[in-house]
Ligand binder design. Structure first.
Ligand SMILES: Cc1cc2nc3c(=O)[nH]c(=O)nc-3n(C[C@H](O)[C@H](O)[C@H](O)COP(=O)(O)OP(=O)(O)OC[C@H]3O[C@@H](n4cnc5c(N)ncnc54)[C@H](O)[C@@H]3O)c2cc1C
Length: 406
């Protein structure tokens, strides 16, 4: 966009990560005239620095599980429309139970998944050894889910954005909002670093950076970056068949307080071991989950905790070189639920953020739900628990109480 000009559109999607790109893709397929705005470019955010497990077995029962089930069903159709390979494939998951105390949380997941038609099988330690002979160390057993998938998240983000653009979405990359005009409960325009945007509706989808964008319109989008480190090895022979993770990692994901009580160095960093083979035959090893601001540099402490845990569980890796390490910032919301929906305070604003460690899984359903809302249809999944105004309203109530008591 040349400086000083005004770009008009039906809908301006701000943020071109997997979530924003999925929204742009779904909206243009519904016939909307869309612009896709990003301060950098697609894959510059967390979707370019993460893993791509599309699972139900790792999801917290409730809203996130419901969204995961709906997204999983939608993935094949969306991938089919992208017309380029994104390494989408079957990849059963194996959740390793290292302590008896981890069983109840997994049994709850197993039950909730079964109610939605997904089978998670309990394996004893011998079954685990038979299925994954390279894994070592003590185990109680594991939970296995056959019907799960993975995608290359980097390729998925890029393909969604490229397909959206091929269908008519206009990209405005390297462009950042600096001021948002609000009149009578509506956004009436956005001043950017390269000119003015004038759209009928707006979608905020900037992941871990949402709090700053929300503040421009007086909304408390309480998204906090939750840092995750990953190490990727050189190519090796097939060492694991499953997408393997520890139950502790899953439990710490849903309850950050677990980390404080753990003696495991990786869990103390909020994480737990994850091991999977990439589409290129490398082994990706993760991960930490730390609240440490927007720092995206790999840390010696984080990477060595991951490598030590991996060496104990998969000794065949000990002499395999590490080719690269990276950090992604999960868009974490303190109550564990994403923010998806239409704001009641700004009635032409749709919010799509806060997907924490699940945004690749949930990107395509989020796009579909945003398209439903933009078109005035009831969303296909009940979004009451994803209310994007919930923190703004708590804040407003607190302010009223404070005023009344002073
Ligand atoms: C180590 C790790 C492993 C993970 N593994 C998985 C997994 O296996 N499965 C899964 O489903 N999820 C996983 N996740 C979570 C997933 O990566 C995120 O939930 C997802 O990438 C978030 O996507 P997003 O589009 O919301 O944000 P992002 O991808 O971060 O995109 C946000 C975009 O907004 C842009 N932006 C920021 N501020 C502004 C602004 N003011 N104006 C304009 N543009 C702006 C950025 O440049 C960026 O392009 C993992 C995350 C990590 C860190």
């Amino acid at each position: 966009m040349p400086d000083g000009t005004t770009v008009k559109a039906d809908i301006a999607v701000i943020g071109a990560g997997a979530v924003g790109s999925a929204c742009a893709h779904a909206l243009v397929r519904q016939g909307f005239d869309v612009i896709l705005v990003d301060a950098a470019s697609p894959t510059a955010g967390t979707s370019g620095a993460c893993s791509g497990l599309i699972a139900v077995s790792t999801k917290k029962p409730g809203l996130v599980l419901d969204l995961a089930v709906a997204s999983k069903a939608l993935y094949p159709e969306i991938v089919g429309d992208l017309h380029q390979p994104v390494e989408y494939r079957q990849s059963p998951t194996l959740i390793l139970i290292e302590h008896e105390a981890e069983k109840p949380a997994l049994e709850r997941t197993q039950k909730a998944a079964a109610e939605l038609g997904f089978r998670l099988d309990y394996l004893n330690r011998n079954d685990v050894r038979n299925r994954e002979p390279h894994l070592c160390g003590d185990l109680v057993g594991a939970l296995r889910c056959e019907d799960e998938q993975v995608v290359n998240p980097y390729l998925m983000n890029l393909a969604l954005a490229q397909r959206a653009i091929a269908l008519g979405v206009r990209p405005l990359f390297g462009v950042r909002p600096i001021h948002v005009d609000v009149t009578n409960g509506q956004i009436t325009g956005i001043e950017t670093t390269a000119g003015h945007i004038d759209a009928e509706q707006y979608v905020f989808a900037v992941g871990a950076w949402s709090a700053e964008l929300g503040a421009l319109v007086g909304l408390d989008l309480r998204v906090v970056p939750r840092r995750g480190e990953v190490a990727v090895t050189a190519r090796v022979r097939q060492l694991v068949e499953h997408y393997v993770m520890t139950a502790g990692s899953m439990i710490a994901k849903n309850d950050p307080k677990v980390a404080e009580r753990s003696s495991d160095p990786l869990m103390q960093m909020g994480g737990g071991l994850g091991i999977h083979m990439t589409g290129e035959g490398q082994v990706a090893l993760g991960t930490t989950r730390a609240f440490a601001g927007f720092d995206r540099t790999s840390s010696e402490a984080g990477i060595s905790a991951i490598l030590s845990a991996a060496a104990l569980r998969l000794p065949a890796l000990v002499d395999v070189p590490i080719l690269r390490c990276f950090v992604g910032l999960r868009p974490h919301v303190p109550d564990g639920r994403p923010l998806i929906g239409r704001s009641r305070r700004l009635n032409n604003l749709l919010v799509a953020t806060g997907h924490d460690g699940d945004g690749i899984s949930l990107s395509v359903i989020t796009g579909a739900l945003i398209a439903d809302l933009a078109a005035g249809r009831s969303p296909a999944v009940d979004l009451t628990a994803a209310d994007p105004d919930r923190f703004t309203e708590i804040q407003a109530d607190n302010n009223e109480v404070a005023l009344a008591t002073t």
